[in-house]
Design a binder for this molecule. Structure first.
Ligand SMILES: Nc1nc2c(ncn2[C@@H]2O[C@H](COP(=O)(O)OP(=O)(O)OP(=O)(O)O)[C@@H](O)[C@H]2O)c(=O)[nH]1
Ligand SMILES: [Mg+2]
Length: 377
């Protein structure tokens, strides 16, 4: 990785195909430095906040680390991704966050022999922390009778295929130019909004705006205000003066937390969204919460006609299998998964890959299930 401070700007032919790291205090500074030093073709690969995690930490010392690349004219090798995370680039990796299953000795022997009974397979899945409701759903699949007595590696493969097919066959609702992020207090709405803003500004090169809605509930905005200043986004507090929204100028709406049992509050938020012509209504849920709570949030979100769902705190989840039934059985389109507090990254819109990568513990994969990668590529 190169650093600007090490480079002389008159050496431009040597810049091609290289990556550069710069630390800036604003998006405007980043754009200027990249254009002046690297030229118009340079692309931003990733942006990360420096100085601690979370919005609150960000405001004490707002600095951004930007990784930019000058494309090679004829690239001969695939450029390496920087270490910082970038949306849409999630890789499928086995998960090690679920508790390791205590695999019965007899099962290991069976597996060596390639022989498995139906019961052994279920025991292995249960012991690995596999969600009981998901397991029940899977047992109701038409092809389960064929799958269930296969060797364990094949059972995992078939489950991966079955889940992926069901995920893909659900209707994928496109997003519109006005996007509201809604949900219970403290679930990560504003942090997720900031991640989208950073992605719009740096990756999509669009000019988003933000409307902060109060709706009778206080919605303090110091952190959001400073973040918007740093990345050059206008923050509106009144709907009267909003600019027209378009693909290049999307509008994001930051709502205060809606109390779980306050049905009127959810319905009222829905009316506000109707009056502002906001069609994309994203329910933000904390994936680390109990399934019943998330289920209740999904029910409440019907009162404001939510269209999409985004899951935060995926980094803190020990068992993501509970999320499958929520994704597959609610009518909300999965929009993104958030993996941490970093307000400029740590999220991916490739929800399927994220889910598959956390569905089975590594221990299960390592038991001879080498072909799973081919299934979801
Ligand atoms: N580990 C982790 N923390 C997160 C994630 N998303 C948000 N947080 C943290 O969760 C806390 C709440 O985040 P906010 O974005 O302020 O939540 P909010 O829903 O806007 O909260 P209210 O506006 O008060 O309702 C902050 O400490 C965030 O840093 C995530 O994906 N992973
Ligand atoms: Mg908030």
């Amino acid at each position: 990785m190169n650093n600007f401070s090490d480079k002389s700007s008159d050496n431009e032919t040597h810049l091609e195909g290289k990556k550069f790291r710069l630390v800036v205090r604003s998006a405007e500074e980043a754009v200027r430095v990249i254009r002046d030093k690297l030229g118009d073709d340079a692309k931003v690969l990733s942006v990360r906040q420096l100085g601690g995690e979370g919005l609150k930490r960000f405001i004490s010392s707002p600095k951004l680390e930007v990784i930019a690349e000058v494309p090679a004219e004829e690239p001969t090798t695939i450029p390496q991704q920087p270490e910082t995370s970038s949306p849409h680039k999630s890789e499928v990796k086995p998960n090690s966050s679920l508790s390791d299953p205590e695999i019965p000795k007899s099962a290991s022997k069976d597996e060596e022999d390639g022989v498995h009974s139906y019961d052994d397979n279920l025991v292995l899945l249960k012991r690995s922390g596999f969600d009981p409701i998901l397991l029940r759903d899977i047992q109701s699949w038409k092809q389960w009778d064929e799958i269930k007595n296969k060797p364990f590696a094949d059972v995992l493969k078939e489950i991966t295929i079955g889940l992926s097919d069901r995920f893909r066959s659900a209707e994928e609702k496109p997003t519109t130019n006005r996007i509201a992020l809604l949900g219970c207090p403290g679930v990560g709405k504003t942090t997720t909004l900031c991640k989208f803003l950073a992605h719009e500004v740096f990756m999509n090169k669009s000019i988003p705006s933000v409307l902060k809605v109060e709706n009778g509930i206080p919605n303090p905005d110091d952190a959001l205000r400073i973040f918007c200043e740093v990345i050059g986004v206008t923050l509106f507090r009144e709907a009267d003066s909003l600019p027209a929204s378009s693909h290049e100028n999307p509008l994001y709406l930051d709502f205060p937390g809606l109390a779980m049992n306050d049905l009127n509050g959810w319905a009222e938020a829905g009316h506000v969204l109707d009056s502002l012509n906001v069609e994309t209504r994203v329910l933000i849920v904390n994936g680390a919460y109990e399934r019943d709570i998330i289920q209740k949030e999904i029910q409440m979100a019907r009162h404001l006609k939510a269209t999409h769902i985004a899951v935060t705190h995926f980094d803190e989840i020990t068992n993501s299998t509970k999320l499958w039934p929520l994704f597959l059985n609610s009518s909300l389109s999965p929009l993104c998964i958030c993996n941490g507090q970093n307000v400029t990254g740590d999220f991916s819109t490739n929800v399927l890959n994220q889910m598959i990568s956390r569905t089975f513990p590594e221990e299960l994969y390592s038991r001879g299930f080498s072909s799973y990668k081919k299934v979801i590529s």
